[in-house]
Design a protein. Structure first.
Length: 111
C-alpha cells in the first residue's frame, strides 16, 4: 500500500539503546513522501481490500485468493476477472506482483 501512494526512503538505523526502555530490535527511520498512484485506481477501498486479502493469503496463488473473494464480489464478477486476467498473474503469489497488477485486479473487480 505504501508504494502505491507514497515514495519511501530509508534514512538511518537506530540501535535499541536509543530508546528507553530499549526494544529487542533495532529501528529504522524512514522518509515518506506522498504521491499520486503510478497506475489508475478506480476505487481506493476495493484496492485496499484486494491488497490486504492477497497479502493475508500470501502463500496462496492470486487465483486461489480471488476464488475466496467470491462471496464478497459475487460469483459472476470474480469468475469474469479470473477469465480475463493473464494466467501468469493468476498463478503468481502476491509478492511476485507489480503495483500495476494489483491495480488491474482491483479495477476489474470495482467496475
Amino acid at each position: 500500500m505504501l508504494q502505491t501512494y507514497a515514495r519511501a526512503n530509508r534514512c538511518f538505523d537506530l540501535p535499541p539503546g536509543a530508546f528507553s526502555p530499549p526494544p529487542a530490535v533495532k529501528s529504522t527511520v524512514m522518509w515518506i513522501e506522498p504521491r499520486k498512484p503510478l497506475f489508475p485506481v478506480d476505487d481506493r477501498k476495493v484496492y485496499e481490500e484486494i491488497v490486504r486479502e492477497l497479502f493475508s493469503r500470501r502463500r496462496k496463488t492470486v487465483q486461489s485468493t480471488l476464488k475466496a473473494l467470491t462471496r464478497r464480489f459475487g460469483e459472476e464478477k470474480t469468475g469474469s476477472v479470473i477469465r480475463d486476467l493473464d494466467p501468469e498473474i493468476l498463478s503468481s503469489r502476491p509478492e511476485a506482483l507489480y503495483l500495476e497488477d494489483f491495480a488491474t485486479i482491483s479495477n476489474k473487480l470495482s467496475s
